[in-house]
Design a protein around this ligand. Structure first.
Ligand SMILES: *[C@@H]1O[C@H](CO)[C@@H](O)[C@H](O)[C@H]1NC(C)=O
Ligand SMILES: *[C@@H]1O[C@H](CO)[C@@H](O)[C@H](O)[C@H]1NC(C)=O
Ligand SMILES: *[C@@H]1O[C@H](CO)[C@@H](O)[C@H](O)[C@H]1NC(C)=O
Ligand SMILES: *[C@@H]1O[C@H](CO)[C@@H](O)[C@H](O)[C@H]1NC(C)=O
Ligand SMILES: *[C@@H]1O[C@H](CO)[C@@H](O)[C@H](O)[C@H]1NC(C)=O
Ligand SMILES: *[C@@H]1O[C@H](CO)[C@@H](O)[C@H](O)[C@H]1NC(C)=O
Length: 391
């Protein structure tokens, strides 16, 4: 089958629809943990199977993998993050569900639930989409084969959290810096793989929390990360976020590894009405793409833990790119955005901050900016190797 597809692809006669339709529907039961010094079968390319599938199979004791979904309200005052994770011992055994809810008054709920082997996570793919159930139904999702829609459901009995999150995709999927095809590499670094299934979506959130409600529409998002090896000892900090300003959908990522700022890896991506306007990467001393926190007394890069509370926002600049080949867009046009925080939360411990708020910007040099809402994060700095971000 694989070889057959290969041949067809090589002759470039296969339309995307045909390819999606011909992808095998596949069932997985997670975790599928193996113990010992055995390499995890961690994929580093998109491959010929569903885009939204488990990419580590089986998992070993150092591999990790998560599905990430979020939505931020149009006014930048409420949000939800739902994150099913596969995580080996000792950090999990290994499936875990993380949920964060942010309310307009600034209060938030954060839950991290570990499930033991009796409650596996089920994931099934059809076309490029995945559907899944974690925690015996605490959270579930249904993804359409063409990634056009994800319908999520929460039903945490003990927490009295229930309701639905619907994401209608408003942008096409991507991997960093390349055309999305079976050969495209997903590894930004060998220990960090990334595929963006729904870079922007129209989101509808309707939840009940005890006697309270959290309901809004706004921007949604879904991506996936995985790796063969826990990355805390290799990464200093990263900034990531997404949003929509006017009709510009934006995703940014800026990673500073432990080896220092001279080895950064950055990604900028902008699309409008489904058309990609900018999709590029920068690394090392290339300052084409910059993401910088600002605020009174804020030092860049953030020098230590618990130093994110003064950050007022991030300046995000995608300069015209020299990135030809590799599917780079945006050679002529650059973009600049400013994210301004409305609500700041510590997503987990002191090494994982998250903000929601407003975003303003557009093509560099335009005399009028577009505005909207966005969600962003800082992970790290990872100062203590005994701490892991997923702990
Ligand atoms: C892995 O195997 C070793 C040796 O058999 C054992 O000591 C250890 O407890 C196992 N770890 C897990 C997480 O099962
Ligand atoms: C898990 O597999 C990866 C390769 O895919 C390897 O680098 C890592 O050392 C393995 N972990 C263990 C505990 O064997
Ligand atoms: C973890 O899972 C393994 C099988 O995958 C099982 O043998 C072991 O008992 C589990 N450990 C805990 C603490 O649940
Ligand atoms: C904020 O809103 C939440 C949800 O409605 C509510 O439970 C909480 O009590 C409010 N907190 C304050 C300080 O008003
Ligand atoms: C960061 O702040 C949290 C909560 O205030 C505290 O528990 C933690 O110890 C602090 N971490 C460091 C490294 O100071
Ligand atoms: C638009 O926003 C960008 C990013 O903050 C800023 O650099 C630029 O000056 C703004 N342009 C206008 C016309 O306000």
């Amino acid at each position: 089958m694989m070889r057959f597809l290969n041949v067809l692809l090589a002759t470039k006669v296969l339309s995307l629809t045909t390819l999606v339709a011909s992808k095998q529907a596949t069932n997985y039961v997670l975790p599928n943990l193996i113990n010992g010094s055995i390499p995890s079968a961690s994929d580093h390319t998109v491959g010929f199977e569903a885009y939204d599938r488990p990419y580590n199979y089986p998992h070993n004791l150092t591999s990790y993998e998560w599905w990430y979904f979020d939505a931020v309200a149009s006014d930048g005052l409420s949000s939800i993050v739902i994150q099913p994770i596969v995580l080996g011992p000792p950090l999990g055994n290994g499936t875990q569900l993380r949920i964060q809810l942010v309310f307009p008054n600034g209060s938030s709920i954060y839950r991290k639930i570990d499930y033991k082997v009796g409650k596996p996570m089920y994931v099934s793919t059809k076309g490029d989409g995945s559907s899944g159930v974690i925690g015996g139904g605490d959270a579930s999702w249904v993804g359409q084969p063409d990634l056009s829609e994800y319908a999520l459901k929460l039903d945490l009995l003990d927490e009295e959290i229930s309701g639905t999150v619907t994401l209608l995709s408003a942008a096409s999927p991507f991997v960093a810096c390349q055309e999305l095809n079976p050969e495209a590499r997903t590894d930004l670094f060998w220990y960090l793989n990334w595929i963006n299934l729904v870079p922007d979506a129209v989101a509808l959130v309707d939840l009940k929390i005890g006697r309270e409600r959290l309901a809004f529409t706004g921007n949604g998002y879904h991506d996936k990360n995985w790796g063969p090896y826990l990355f805390n000892s290799l990464i200093d900090q990263w900034y990531w976020g997404h949003g929509r300003a006017g009709d510009y959908s934006v995703v940014w990522f800026y990673l500073i590894p432990k080896t220092g700022i001279a080895d950064i890896k950055a990604l900028g991506w902008v699309s409008r009405n489904g058309e990609v306007l900018y999709s590029s990467c920068a690394e090392g001393n290339d300052t084409t793409i910059t993401v910088k926190p600002y605020g009174e007394g804020v030092v860049f890069p953030i020098p230590g833990p618990n130093m994110t509370s003064d950050i007022d926002g991030f300046d995000i600049t995608f300069n015209p790119s020299s990135d030809s080949g590799k599917g780079g867009y945006g050679k002529d046009e650059g973009f600049a955005f400013r994210f301004t925080k409305k609500i700041y939360t510590q997503a987990d411990l002191d090494q994982y901050a998250r903000w929601i708020g407003s975003i303003e910007g557009g093509p560099i040099g335009d005399d009028k900016n577009a505005t909207g809402s966005a969600l962003c994060e800082q992970m790290g700095p990872f100062f203590d190797l005994a701490h892991h971000p997923l702990q």
